[in-house]
Design a protein around this ligand. Structure first.
Ligand code: ZN
Length: 476
């Protein structure tokens, strides 16, 4: 097929046309969450944008296979080889086992994804499923002399590569230039400062819960090895697109490339996409800063997950996005207005194929222009303003919403069908019964009971009003 999808490749620092290894097919890998806590909305921004990337590629006709890992072992709190083990930290915090923590937060992550209309990747593989593959890769790296054993651990020797800092990013240079932080123990076993652990046997954590037998003794894998192994296992030796949040670029992605290419003996992944941070006025938002914002916190404050998704789509993934409740409120209004406009599209006509093709192309062009989601949304606004007939408008919006995943037609339909559509059948039955019961109570002049029923309904978020036509209700 014709390749016209362009995106910024962090590896070459250029916008490039994606040329897949196999015509019409894309192998795509996403670094998954470390399941020791709820996902921060900043991390969810990455997953939303990666979901849009996958759907954009599918929309323009590629057969995409997407793989994601779940980190349930080996990720230390500073992303390099020092700090605390994140899973262990989670387990201690909640007095549970590491596997209980992993299960709970994996489920919570996918619940967030579902709420945000993020498609589940074709393959999801927890790191702890692949220990034999990790051991095999470490053995091969040792055989090829890219790794060494010191002090009980196995390290990757970065001095064996001519271009270890493959992204040539400021972050990479900065990280290696700056002195080792005071709070980080210097690992005396490393030959070079940038070397990293492939396999820990001399555990820093006496109570490390997950350990496996290995040729180097009982231990556990380093964090980076899992993404190399899991992606090669499911996508083969040559991958098209690897994506992740920008904070994964160094050391995680740099190290993934180092060990994968040393192991394979050839180029591994051609295109890298990195989603930038969610920031607030004071700087980066993160879990560690105490302002731990999750999707459920936003939901509790009355923001539908699709509103957060729209907020993310309105900005470009390659720019930091500043979070503020004011902007989120604007998004909420914009979303409601958009749904109202779509609900008002008249039921008329048959699909005008020429207009349909024209708008679809405009939409695709925005996606092919480095996943420009905000201009893609503008196409919908332009369409709504146009004199294209109702049937065509609805078909185009339905198609575009495959990528945007903002529930546009669904919510417009619900709005049209009135409030009753947004409560489930059981609640509807309950409301009707209570209104009938209240009517009887009033007839019997039992006003205390009538008031109690009104209060009971209000507790369930239903306000009732007596009108000349009878009692009506609405959700509050
Ligand atoms: Zn990864």
């Amino acid at each position: 097929m014709e390749n016209r999808f362009q995106m910024f490749n962090t590896l070459t620092r250029k916008v490039e046309t994606i040329i897949p290894n196999e015509d019409g097919k894309i192998g795509m890998y996403t670094c998954g969450p470390t399941v020791y806590h709820f996902a921060h909305v900043g991390n969810l921004r990455s997953y939303i944008m990666e979901d849009v990337l996958e759907k954009s590629l599918r929309f323009i006709g590629y057969d995409v296979k997407r793989v994601m890992n779940i980190t349930d072992v080996g990720h230390l709190s500073d992303d390099a080889d020092s700090g605390e083990d994140k899973m262990l930290k989670g387990a201690k915090r909640e007095n549970k086992t590491v596997m209980e923590i992993a299960k709970f937060y994996t489920d919570a992550f996918f619940k967030d994804c579902e709420a945000l209309n993020i498609k589940r990747p074709d393959v999801v593989e927890p790191a702890t499923n692949c220990i034999p593959e990790f051991i095999h890769m470490v053995e091969e790296l040792l055989k090829k002399d890219y790794a060494y054993v010191a002090g009980g651990n196995v390290y990757f020797d970065t001095s064996k590569l001519d271009d270890y800092l493959v992204f040539s990013s400021a972050v990479e240079k900065e990280a290696l230039k700056e002195g080792v932080r005071d709070d980080v123990d210097v690992d005396e076993n490393k030959k070079n400062k940038s070397d990293f652990v492939l396999w820990f046997t001399k555990s820093k954590f006496e109570d490390q819960a997950l350990k496996w037998d290995s040729p180097w003794g009982v231990g556990y894998p380093g964090w980076h090895i899992e993404c190399s192994c899991i992606s090669i296992k499911h996508l083969g030796e040559r991958m098209d697109i690897h994506c992740g949040g920008i904070d994964n670029m160094f050391p995680h992605h740099t190290n993934e490339i180092a060990q994968s290419e040393a192991y394979l003996g050839h180029k591994w992944c051609n295109y890298w996409l990195h989603v930038h941070h969610l920031v607030e006025k004071g700087g980066k938002m993160s879990k560690s800063k105490g302002n731990f914002l999750t999707l459920s916190v936003l939901q509790e404050q009355g923001y539908e997950p699709v509103v957060y998704r729209l907020f993310c789509l309105q900005s470009h993934y390659r720019k930091p996005l500043e979070f503020s409740y004011d902007v989120l409120d604007n998004m909420k209004n914009a979303y409601e207005k958009l749904i109202k406009k779509i609900a008002e599209i008249p039921e008329e006509g048959t699909v005008d194929e020429a207009a349909y093709a024209d708008y679809r192309k405009k939409f695709e062009d925005c996606l092919c222009n480095d996943v420009n989601t905000s201009t893609a949304i503008t196409v919908i606004y332009d369409l709504l303003k146009s004199d294209v007939n109702g049937a065509t408008k609805r078909k185009i919006i339905g198609d575009c919403d495959y990528v945007l995943s903002l529930d546009l037609l669904k919510n417009a339909e619900e709005l049209k069908n009135g409030a009753s559509a947004s409560v489930d059948a059981e609640l509807l039955k309950f409301i009707e019964e209570k209104i009938a019961e209240r009517k009887e109570a009033k007839k019997a002049k039992d006003f205390a009971k009538a008031d109690a029923i009104r209060e009971e309904l209000l507790q369930k978020g239903i306000a009732i009003k007596d009108t000349r036509e009878g009692t009506v209700w609405e959700q509050v």
